[in-house]
Design a protein around this ligand. Structure first.
Ligand code: GAR
Length: 203
């Protein structure tokens, strides 16, 4: 599989950093072809530039429709021969022009054990619900929010004295290990989808 990654961000970019670091250490055999942000002020852009990566900012307000925006993102990625798209805190739904350009080749990371607590402030949702275990999920992206076949998950126990902030911090530590591992698994091939299930291919 083409190991050129396109990483999409909206903010801090700590998951982008974990991918940069995993490639740098040799743990992840891949290359980041481009980092795309929908927000010019995203701190992750500085991390990308620091690492010498190509960056592109595409502001949704500069486009007439969601489809035009997604088609332009797809074009940016295809022109750079990206084989796998990694959403890393990219806070937008992905629409058909991008999904169709990269069928089952878009990953997302989310700070909960999906399907629990999709959407914003997943750690706050977990605390409010009173679950004893939360965690992080990497999944293939579909048109639905934080949905799609699950590649890997990591569990994080919730402590009695946890706040949203303390739980989110411990989940983030797991995210930074989980995302490079999930990307390596997808790039390694030898998997298939059985309905919603992401399964190792024995053939
Ligand atoms: C991460 O916790 C990621 O899982 C979450 O946004 C944060 C981005 O942090 N994504 C979602 O909630 C997607 N629904 P980062 O910019 O430091 O990687």
């Amino acid at each position: 599989m083409n190991r050129r990654l396109g990483v999409l961000i909206s903010g801090r970019g700590s998951n982008l950093q974990s991918i940069i670091d995993a490639i740098g250490s040799g743990e992840l055999d891949a290359a980041i072809a481009v980092v795309v942000s929908n927000r010019p002020e995203a701190a992750g852009l500085a991390r990308a530039r620091e690492a010498g990566l190509d960056t592109v900012v595409l502001r949704p307000t500069d486009f007439a429709t969601r489809d035009e925006y997604d088609a332009t993102v797809a074009d940016v990625l295809l022109r750079r021969d990206v084989g796998l798209v990694c959403l890393a805190g990219f806070m937008r739904l992905v629409g058909p022009p991008l999904l169709n350009a990269f069928p089952n080749r878009i990953l997302n990371i989310h700070p909960s054990l999906l399907p629990a607590f999709p959407g914003l402030e997943a750690a706050a949702q977990a605390i409010a619900h009173g679950v004893r275990v939360s965690g992080a999920t990497v999944h293939l992206v579909t048109a639905d929010l934080d949905d799609g076949p699950i590649v890997l998950q990591a569990a994080v126990p919730v402590r009695d004295d946890d706040t949203e902030s303390s739980l989110a911090t411990r989940i983030l530590v797991e995210e930074h290990k989980l995302y490079p591992a999930a990307i390596a698994k997808v790039l390694g091939g030898r998997w298939r989808l059985d309905g919603r299930r992401f399964v190792a291919d024995r053939s």
